[in-house]
Structure formats: structure tokens, C-alpha cells
Design a protein around this ligand. Structure first.
Ligand code: SAM
Length: 224
């Protein structure tokens, strides 16, 4: 359900605070042309992710769930020249569209797209020697929702004290409070809350959001 006022206010925010951006507009056009679902973050959320990356002074970012690279580009733009964003995507066609979008944004030197199921790639990332000495500063989880708690577990292994972890789409139109649901995505949200609420090394909160993408929200956690 998308309330017209929420969309109109999102439009107002974009007009007031987000400069026109031909590259990001072209990304959304290319995603549409490529038949990708329009489930990218909204422009205001993309800018928020960009600002989180700046706030933590991120040099290394991990994203789980690339789609066409819209959120990838917002975050990668916050990195220094020698920064790195690794993004995981299981659909080869999504990854292909994302690769072209990332090249159009001039970010191919910064962004590394790994194609495959995230749960297969994450152990390899953990094994890569440099990960041990250079953990991720910001981790954005936005893939298959039933695996949220598994992704959070890997995020803990790939983090350091101070790492910020954002997990998207956890409110699900309010369905998150329905423990009896048969919806596996809602169970994924609830598992994310339970993981973050009980982990001794995480301080977390969540925000409900409304806007052009409807009623949803995200958790944000900091590793102690
Ligand atoms: N972060 C993107 C953005 O805001 O522009 C949107 C990501 S979209 C919500 C989720 C993506 O995760 C889809 O492209 C989907 O193919 C991918 N995905 C789903 N299951 C996955 C898995 N097991 N491993 C890796 N990627 C997966």
C-alpha cells in the first residue's frame, strides 16, 4: 500500500535536498529496461546509506543483495579513492545490469560484484586473508529476507567494534508483529530482531519508514 501523501512528501524531500542526478536516473531506467523489479531503495534511503558511510568514515563496505546496483552506487560514492565495496548477487542477469550501471557511474575500480548465493560467498570472504586485517566498516543486508539472521551471523564475523550493520525491509507493512504468520519473509524480519536484540556485541534500534516505497523500515546496529 502506498499512500499518495507519503509519495508526494518523498517527492518534496527529493526536490529540496537531493540534487538532480542523471547517473542515478539512468540506473533506474536501465533496471527497468532490463526487466529488473523496482525493489531498490528509494532515493532518500539511498542518500541515507551514503551518509551512514560518510558518518562512519567507511573504507570498506559489504552489501548483500545488489539488484541493479542503485544502493551500491549511493554507498560507493561515499568511499575514498582507495576504498572498496563488495556486493553479492545471486542472479547473473541482475549482476550484469549492475555491472553496466556501476561502470556508467565510473565506479568499477571501487566496486567488486561477486555472483552467487551469498551464503556460499560469505565464507570465502571470511577466508580471504585481507578481510582478517581489514574488516568491513558498513554492512548493508538487503537480499532474501528469510536468511537475515544467517547474514547477520556472517556480518559479525566480518566486522570490528564500530562496524555499522543495516538490515532493510524489516517492518513489512507492520506484519513484523505477527508471530503467527506463515510469511517466511516476516519470520526473517523477526529473526533479525531476535538476533540483534540478544547478541551481546550489538547495540541496535529500528526505524519505521513511509515514502514512495510504502510502509517498511530498517534496523541499524553498531558492533561493540
Ligand atoms: N540493494 C538493492 C538496491 O537497493 O538497489 C536491492 C536489492 S533487492 C531488494 C534483493 C536482491 O538480492 C535481488 O537482486 C536478488 O536477486 C538478490 N538475492 C536474493 N537472494 C540472494 C542470495 N541468496 N544471495 C545473493 N543475492 C540474493
Amino acid at each position: 500500500i502506498i499512500n499518495p501523501t507519503w509519495s508526494a512528501v518523498d517527492g518534496y524531500i527529493v526536490e529540496q535536498l537531493l540534487p538532480k542526478d542523471a547517473v542515478l536516473d539512468a540506473v533506474l531506467e536501465a533496471n527497468k529496461a532490463g526487466g529488473l523489479p523496482a525493489i531498490d531503495v528509494s532515493p532518500t534511503q539511498g542518500k541515507l546509506l551514503h551518509m551512514f558511510a560518510k558518518m562512519v568514515g567507511a573504507r570498506r563496505i559489504l552489501e548483500i543483495g545488489t539488484l541493479g546496483g542503485y544502493s551500491t552506487i549511493w554507498m560507493a560514492r561515499a568511499l575514498p579513492e582507495d576504498g572498496r565495496l563488495i556486493t553479492l548477487e545471486c542472479e547473473p542477469h541482475h549482476a550484469e545490469v549492475a555491472k553496466a550501471n556501476i561502470a556508467s557511474a565510473g565506479l568499477e575500480a571501487v566496486v567488486d560484484i561477486r555472483v552467487g548465493a551469498a551464503l556460499d560467498i560469505l565464507p570465502k570472504l571470511a577466508a580471504e586473508a585481507n578481510t582478517q586485517s581489514q574488516p568491513f566498516d558498513l554492512i548493508f543486508i538487503d537480499a532474501d529476507k528469510p536468511n537475515n539472521a544467517n547474514y547477520l551471523e556472517w556480518a559479525m564475523k566480518l566486522s570490528r567494534p564500530g562496524t555499522v550493520i543495516v538490515c532493510d525491509n524489516v517492518i513489512r507493512n507492520g506484519a513484523v508483529i505477527d508471530g503467527e504468520t506463515s510469511d517466511a519473509k516476516v519470520h526473517g524480519s523477526r529473526a533479525a530482531f531476535e538476533f540483534q536484540g540478544s547478541h551481546p556485541k550489538l547495540t541496535a534500534t529500528a526505524l519505521q519508514t513511509v515514502g514512495s516505497k510504502g510502509y517498511d523500515g530498517f534496523t541499524i546496529a553498531i558492533v561493540e
